[in-house]
Write a protein of this length. Sequence first.
Length: 335
Amino acid sequence: MATLKEIAEKVGVSPATISRVLNDDKNISVKDETRSKIFNTAKELGYKTIAERYSHKKIQKKYKIGVIFSHSEKIELEDSYYRSIKFGIENQCKKREFNIVKSYYPDIDDVTIKKLAKIDGIIAVGCFTPKKINELSLISKNIIFVDSCPDEEKFDSVVVDLRKIVENVIDYFIKIGYKRIGFIGGQDISYDGTIDTDSREITFREYGKFKGVISEKDISVGNFTTIDGYNLASKIIEEKNIPEALFIANDSMAIGALKAFNENAINIPNDLSIISVNDIPSAKFTFPSLSTVKIYSEFMGIEAVELMFQKLEMNRDIPLKILVPTKLILRNSSK
């Protein structure tokens, strides 16, 4: 493509004059003969202005994305954390004009598999076994993991630092002066029934023992549901084994635990301080209102779609890991 300098040399005026004329600067005064010569020479040499170079907007390809959840749809209905991630994914897919195929384990049938065979990429939400990750890789090389990072050297991922969350909560309780901190948590159960210890529980045990503020009798584990939160708290009350503070793995369990403590006249936070995780919408409306670590789960879904957009549009091979920050929100369930 010709340059302004080449046109200027043929016309016999400065490159600045050429630029102003070609870009339709109304404040420059040149003879009609010179103006005409500038345009004719530019056309002859194939020069394009900046506006002309970007006048043809790239038409984005219509992509089809598989959104695959490691959990069942029933679990999602009981857990607003996963619902929020899905909401973020769906809304951002609409903005990017992505068509999506949603699938839940273990409910993927032959029809779904055929649909997934024609997709451009996969957004995988939750924790997947190595076998299942390998199966997903056979469907598409473009995979974004949300809420897990199986291999940061191979896959894109959007995650939060659960270890940091647990350590920060324990440090906060210690700062307040508590020396006995308990834990109520759940288990990660994959589609095939495999049970993995939740990273919050692992960190609580390791960091709590390091700080000297926990004992095995103060650790209770069930499922990540409101009813299990209620039952585990009820057992703590029945055994008269109430610590000074409780870290609860998610808000759903914490809501169940609060109900049990309220029914048994356990004063929160005077008798027991509670902090949980997620900051679901109902957390601020419990009695007392729930102190919790806010996870920006909808934003996690949005960022997963944006990573996919970049990967598909730019053919990016280098995997990226987005670590979404969290925030401790103190309400009335803790001092």
